[in-house]
Design a binder for this molecule. Structure first.
Ligand SMILES: [Zn+2]
Length: 331
């Protein structure tokens, strides 16, 4: 059994990063601005926009250099992972915001046919964490990655429900210890949500460690069922109805609340946590109509994309149920 490992983590200011190697830098304009203190030697600096496999492979084919740097949030680092893996190059990740766990994982999420697929790529060799940069990220983004820990609330519930119904594949069976550890991560997030949301070094260190442990737990399980369930499937489906990009954490946050209500869970504690985390679960770019249509089509969507068993697999969400659920969550 091979268990994916976390990358080597170096906590130090970006200003101490010096590397004369010819670098391929994959980033975004705002992220590059945050990392301007680093002293590296970019042979190419590419601003990332596309999120499909074809977009990323085109960059992988066109680039030349000795080392890949992924600087930014999820998309820039996910692209860097694919580019480094395709060219067999070392990869250094500099997250400028804790908006996802992408800098810790060994796969790249790509958008394909209206859904998300994870391609095995590579874990960064080194992650450089500058706490001051992470603390100075905009409040609305800085703890957005916490939604991928909070999603344990709905995803792990469904993973256990699937186990009771005999719906889990032989290699995705629930274990008591995975559930106990998942519960502990979720509870730690709920207990520290205010500190994390206010962006203190202690709070963001807590979030960073929770992301490490959540990824390590998924690595140990060999799948992500305990943190990726209907709240994520709702997010992937809803993305197709949006005309502007919305932060992953905001969509997942909304998905957690809706699914927790549909699961008859005590969901108010999760809304309170999102508020403490300063994650906006009601982004203006998402209309109530788009939410309602996504909910009523969710069961067809998960069937079409052959996604694992969740509450979306069996629950028939009528327009009336959708409307009531949305009102409950957003009022
Ligand atoms: Zn996620």
């Amino acid at each position: 059994m091979e268990i994916s490992r976390l990358p080597s983590i170096e906590k130090r200011p970006f200003a101490t990063v010096e590397d004369p190697s010819e670098a391929i830098v994959l980033t975004t304009e705002p992220a590059w601005e945050c990392a301007r203190a680093i002293s590296i030697n970019p042979r190419q600096r590419i601003s990332i926009h596309g999120n499909t496999q074809a977009d990323m492979e085109a960059i992988a084919e066109a680039c030349e250099g000795e080392v890949v740097y992924g600087i930014g949030g999820g998309l820039a680092i996910d692209t860097a992972k694919l580019v480094a893996a395709a060219n067999n190059l070392p990869l250094i990740a500099l997250p400028t915001v804790l908006s996802t766990d992408a800098f810790l994982t060994d796969a790249t999420g790509v958008r394909e046919a209206g859904c998300v697929r994870y391609l095995p790529t590579k874990t960064p060799d080194t992650v450089i964490v500058d706490m001051e940069v992470l603390c100075n990220a905009p409040a609305s983004m800085r703890a957005s990655g916490a939604a991928d820990v909070l999603s344990i609330a709905t995803a792990m519930w469904e993973w256990q429900e699937a186990e009771k119904l005999g719906e889990n594949r032989a290699d995705e069976r629930v274990t008591r210890q995975a559930v106990d550890i998942g519960d502990a991560l979720l509870q730690t997030l709920l207990d520290n949500a205010r500190d994390i949301g206010s962006g203190t070094p202690e709070g963001l260190t807590c979030l960073f460690e929770l992301l490490c442990m959540e990824v390590q737990l998924c690595n140990l399980c060999g799948h992500s069922r305990l943190e990726e369930g209907s709240e994520h499937y709702f997010t992937y489906a809803l993305e197709n109805r949006l005309t502007v990009p919305v932060l992953h954490g905001e969509l997942v946050g909304l998905g957690i609340l809706l699914m927790a209500v549909l699961q008859s869970q005590p969901w108010l504690q999760y809304r309170h946590a999102l508020e403490c985390l300063q994650i906006n679960y009601r982004p203006t770019a998402v209309s109530p109509d788009a939410i309602a249509e996504t909910l009523t089509h969710l069961s067809a969507y998960v069937t079409q994309h052959q996604l694992p068993y969740t509450v979306a697999s069996t629950l028939r969400i009528t327009p009336e149920i959708a409307e009531r659920t949305i009102q409950t969550v957003l009022d």
